[in-house]
Structure formats: structure tokens, C-alpha cells
Design a protein around this ligand. Sequence first.
Ligand SMILES: Cc1ncc(Cn2c(C)c(CCOP(=O)(O)OP(=O)(O)O)sc2=O)c(N)n1
Length: 534
Amino acid sequence: RRTVLDSTVDILLAHGLTTVFGNPGSNELPFLAGLPKDKFDYVLGLQEGVVVGMADGYAQSTGKAVLVSLHAASGTGNAMGALTNAHYSHSPLVLLAGQQIRGTVGQEVMLSNVDASILPRPLVKYSHEPLAASDVPRAVSQAILEASTHPKGPVYLSVPYDDWAAEALPSDSLLPKRRVNTAGSLSNAQLVDIKAILSRSSSPVVVVGPDVDAARAQQHVAKIAERLGAPVWIAPSAPRCPFPTTHTHYRGLLHPGIESVRSKLEGHDLVLLLGAPAMRYHRWEPGEYLPDGTEVIHLTCDPKEATRAPYGTAWVVELLDALAQLADVIEDRIVHLDPRTIPSSGADGTLTGTKILDVLAAAGEEVPTPSGTRPITYVNECTTLDLLFLDRVPITSPGGYHFPASGGLGFGMPAAVGVSLGRPGATVVAVIGDGSANYGITALYTAAQRQTRTVFVIVNNGSYGALRGFAKRLNALDAPGLDVPGIDFVSIATGYGVPATRVTTVNGFQTAYLDALRAEGPVLVEAVAGNSQA
Ligand SMILES: Cc1ncc(Cn2c(C)c(CCOP(=O)(O)OP(=O)(O)O)sc2=O)c(N)n1
């Protein structure tokens, strides 16, 4: 007698969803106990925001859908902050929440997830609690296919725990091999249209966003920019690094304000916006979006990004195909651009966040090891450094950088562990503000338990530094709650099983950082830094 759980396991195996990030409750135990131990790897996170953050890092580094097991409403609620990031980073997370016994939910017994499918909206593409146990396997198949179909994104399924033992339908055997294929190339007519717009432009500029990195399409964007002779900016509030920061056409990260963006587009009659929404502004800088007469052509994988934009003409495409097509049809204007100068501060004096970045830059993005080199992936969640990181640190390979896609803090440390698990051949360097660290600090436990190659650099300036900047801007300097002095991250890290040191000078940080890169397991370096932007 096959059960609903048997059918579900077959579907998960067929799609390769064998790494499960979770935090268990009684509602989840029958499902978790039914996963074959030799085929599934359960990664325990100590709080559901950390669970989803780790899954997000894992999904972004592998590009694959990931199963997340949450406990009812309370687990889902804890996960919502992390879900705001996963929603905007188009991360294919399949959230499976345990529900109380089907017949008792109506009376709202303990641990009932009342109106379960409403809870995570609007942060998921699909949210459902099947009306019958026999529909659970089909709903699991739909959830996985929905999460993985462009634009990828998180989905949510709530399943009463008595459903797993129910009898499976014979038709369940049709589900494991189901696939959904999408075609996203530009038609010849569309290519002709875009090529005509580009050839009319005398001074184009390229603005590139995170979905170019997710699609691993950097090389096509580089070819487009080189043929156009166009400078390249990374779109504001960048959750990924979609263009090599050492490329001669690279000009930096656009700062997230309307006027900050407009001023950088001055002098360009055409903006080619690729793989980003238009645009992820953050600071309020009222003014004109674009210079007079500047046109925007916008290629995105997400119809909602296309329809909600305040300007431009959009094409909804699969970016890897469409950008390869575009790169091939653009005439080469043979225009040479000189590289920008990378700012750097001296490796002496007071330790600041900026100097920490310069030490990372000088150390390079490969770790020498006895058997060769290991690539570094950076995770940044130090909000006073978010405008400096992609200006100062060389990042040349796809998947080299992550930042919370909706600015929801508590992403950095968990995502760093998730990326370490998704890219075991890499070393992950997480640069985390002392304030941000507290939102996802229990990720240290999973790092220690799994002995991940993760270097946590805590930039400890004793304050919510970025909010001080906003307080100035918003004339709210006497707002309370902007300081977080007196936290001892070395003791916290040691308590979770991660070796840690504290440094207060540039040389001290340099030594500790290089040692940490060579470690086999996780290491935390607490850098007591002055004003990060000094
Ligand atoms: C979950 C959550 N809570 C609060 C905030 C608000 N917030 C907060 C609290 C910031 C300060 C972070 O301080 P830090 O110490 O991590 O880094 P800096 O000192 O470099 O800014 S930046 C920011 O937007 C947020 N973005 N996300």
C-alpha cells in the first residue's frame, strides 16, 4: 500500500530536492521521519529566519530549487523576514509547513496554522493547503515546478500531518517525471526592433542587475558593452554582482536614489537595463527619473518587474538566451574605454569598514591551498559598506557576491552558511555589521556543526551605522535605538562552537583574515572598527 508520503518522496528525489533546510515541530515529524536517511540531508537551523536564509544562499549558489521544512504558523512567521529577501532574489524555495491533524484545524487546536495559505502572501508565487490528502503529491509537484519556472521564486505548501499516511493515488506515478519548459528567446522581429534602437543611440549606457548573475550571463553583457563602447553600471541595491568589477567598462554601483541614478545617466541617450527591476531606489531623492530625452530599453525575466516600472520599454525574456542573441547582432563600434581607478585607503591607521574592504581586495578572490586555489564568494551585510563593496573589492566570477535582496537583515550569516554548503569548493567571506549579526547569529551553530569554510568578519562599530546616516538625511538625529554597544562576538561565536578572535588594528585584521582564509572550518573575526566610512 503506497502512501502520500511515498509519492511525495519520489517527486522530491526526481527533482533532486534532497537537501532539506528546516527546524522541526511535532507537525513535521511524520514527514521528516519518512525521508530515507541515505538519500536526504537535513540541515538544522535554530531559528526559521536562519533556516530560510541558509536555504536562500544554497539556492542562489546552486541555482536549484531547495526544500524548506517549517513548523506551522510560528515557524512561517519567523521565516517571513527572510522571505522578503528570497521573493526579490527570485530564489526557488519550496516551503513545506507542517499543519495540525486535518479534522482539528477548524477548532484551532494548538499548533493549527489557521488560514495557512494566506500567511506568506504576497511573498510567494504559489501558496496552498490541499483540500484532500490525495492531492498532496500533485500539489508538491506543482510547488516545485512553480518555484523553478521563470521568474523563479519561493512557494508555500501547508500539509496536515495525518495526510502523509493516507493512501496514494495510482496516478501519482505520473508526477515525478513532469517538467515545465519555457522558451524565452527574442523573436527575429524583436531583435530587429532592439537593434534599430541601439544603432540610433549615440551614447548608450548599460545598467546590469542581479538576474544577469543568476543566469550566469556576464560574458554576454560584456560583449554587448564592448561592441557598443558603453560604460557599465551595476543597478542600485545590488543583491548580486552581475558584472566583473575589474572590467575596463565597469564604472561602479549606482547609488539607490532617483537623483543619484539620474546624474550618472546624464549624457547618455539610451539606457540598456538588463536583469534588474527599474529601479531598486532606497533613499528618497525626489526629481526626474531620467535625463531629458533619454530612452530606456529593459530586458527582464520577470513580467511584474516589466509592468510595474515607471519608465522604459520592456521585453520579458530568459536572459541567458536573449543576451547571447543581442551580443551577436550588435555591430562593433570599436570604442576603447579606459578602466576606472579603484579607490583604496592606506593599510595603516585606525581600523574602519573601508579599510577592511581594502584588506579583502588586497588578499584577492582566490585562497591559495596546498592542492591549488579555492575561489572566494563574498556575502555582504554591513550596511555602511553596501555602497563601497562593489567599488573597492575585485569580483570577477559569477556567483561571487550576495547581499539581502530586500534589505531584510538576518540574511548575511545564514546565507553565508548556505552558500558554503552549496559551493563546498569555495571559501565564503561574510562581512557583517555588528547590528545585522544579531538577526541571524544562530547560523554560527550550523556553521560549527557542519564545519563549513565560512569566514565571518563582524564589523563592530557599536551602532546601527547606516541608520545614523539616514537619521541625518531625515533630520531625525535624536531618534532612539541607534547604538548597540558592548556586544562580545568572540564569546558568542565560541559559545556556538566557532573559533573567534578580536582585532582593533589594520595589520591585526590582515593577519587574522589571512589565517582565517586558510582554516578548514568556520572562523569569526570581530573587527572593532571606527566610523566605517572614514
Ligand atoms: C530585519 C531588519 N530589521 C531592521 C532593519 C533596519 N536597518 C538597520 C537596523 C540597519 C543597521 C544595521 O547596522 P549594522 O551594525 O549591521 O551595520 P552598519 O553599522 O554598517 O550600518 S540598516 C537597516 O535598514 C532592516 N533593514 N532589517
